[in-house]
Write a protein that binds this ligand. Structure first.
Ligand SMILES: [Zn+2]
Ligand SMILES: [Zn+2]
Length: 201
């Protein structure tokens, strides 16, 4: 499903094209009701064939696989000369970075007026526009929907975090998230303020 070497997700394309895409090619994400363990998300993605197709992603693949936390294999621990599982080592690396105040993904919550750590399962819509992406995020803390303008790397490279992001100067309603075309239209007419994304350690 997620390939840690290329940081892409594999889906099927009805036109038989190679449908391996990074997170930034996702266009909409919605948690399916029911299936709680593990939760499953219905997504749509922009395919290399030019179309947009649906796909399903588990919560683990969405939030943890990009951090390499499901990577198989072992590595030689030079301290102990033993082969340790790779994922266990990565958990330590990721935990250390998060403990030091870094977060794999972040966004600026307009309602709270502050940056917040986030994971991809809180993303609702992604719309490309020029060199950046409009990203609608459902805040894990206050549940309000904010829209940030971010780089592709901000989504595709964990711990990248753009220093500054554009923030639409109003909260988006749930209905704005239901139709991606309306979201794109609203993005085109929206005003963006620039905000810094430094998270408090
Ligand atoms: Zn396709
Ligand atoms: Zn918030």
């Amino acid at each position: 499903m997620f390939d840690p070497l290329t940081s892409t997700y594999s889906f099927s394309c009805p036109h038989g094209r190679d449908a391996r895409v990074p997170l930034s090619a996702f266009r909409s994400l919605e948690r399916l009701p029911g299936a709680a363990h593990p939760a499953v998300y219905r997504i749509s993605f922009a395919c290399s064939c030019g179309g947009e197709h649906p796909g399903l992603v588990s919560h683990d693949d969405l939030d943890w696989a990009p951090l390499g936390l499901r990577a198989g294999g072992t590595f030689r621990n030079l301290m102990t000369s033993l082969d340790d599982p790779l994922a266990a080592e990565l958990v330590e690396v990721v935990a250390a970075r998060i403990g030091a105040g870094e977060w794999p993904w972040s966004f600026y919550c307009f309602l709270e007026g502050r940056p917040r750590p986030v994971t991809p399962s809180a993303f609702a819509l992604i719309a490309p526009g020029g060199r950046s992406l409009g990203l609608a995020v459902r805040c894990p803390a206050c549940a309000a929907v904010s829209v940030n303008l971010v780089s592709r790397a901000h989504l595709d490279v964990p711990f990248w975090n753009d220093v500054r992001v554009g923030v639409v100067d109003h909260v988006f309603g749930e209905d704005a998230l239901r139709a991606i075309d309306e979201f794109r239209a609203e993005l085109d007419s929206a005003r963006f303020d620039e905000r810094r994304l430094d998270l408090e350690p």
